[in-house]
Write a protein that binds this ligand. Sequence first.
Ligand code: B16
Ligand code: MG
Length: 217
Amino acid sequence: KVDACIFDLDGVIVETSDAHFKAWQRLAKSLGISFGEEFNEQLKGVSRRKSIEKILALDDRELPEEEIQQLMDKKNGWYQDAIAELTPDDILEGVPSFIESLQGMNIPLGIGSSSKNAPYIIDYLQLNDTFEVIIDGTKVENTKPDPEVFLKGVKAMNADPSKTIVFEDAVSGVEAANNGGFMSVGVGSEEYLGDADLVVPNFIGLTPKELFEKLSD
Ligand code: B16
Ligand code: MG
């Protein structure tokens, strides 16, 4: 039986991953560091701070704290400009009907995101009333793959991790779900998300019933 569902935000509900990627790439380029899509998979789901550390480590670069803060602010400025354009039409295809079906089954829904920008994104997408519990990057100390964000979510929903499904597009997020004892569903490519209990390409045409059956196989 499924008690609750927790959705990651970036890359699951809305395609903001590309805006993160472009902003980090632009920042890295300004430092003379370059990286591609494969490395970017490591930036998904981890905090802003962890991301800049990973980028600097690509070139064994060490910078003073003040400069690191400035770089994070710069990236976040570009990213915020990009997300300011979001509207409810940007919710990924298949997500609204999947969510409506879960609501019809009275299954509580939560968001578990590493992003400190999650509250803005949820506002732009007009999803404030859809999720009972929203845990974002402003509410946790440890970034994914630490399960803190999801554990805080189930606690607030009075649910049990083993009966809660986590939907994630990031390697670090699937790991976080597995580390917390949740059922994990990877949304995206099997190539990166193979550690999930189940991988789906997206939510198009997917019903909760079909998903629950596949998970219990
Ligand atoms: P911010 P999620 C994560 O959100 C993103 O996947 C990751 O790329 C980003 O670095 C992180 O949020 C922090 O975001 O800079 O906005 O605080 O996928 O956990 O919803
Ligand atoms: Mg994500």
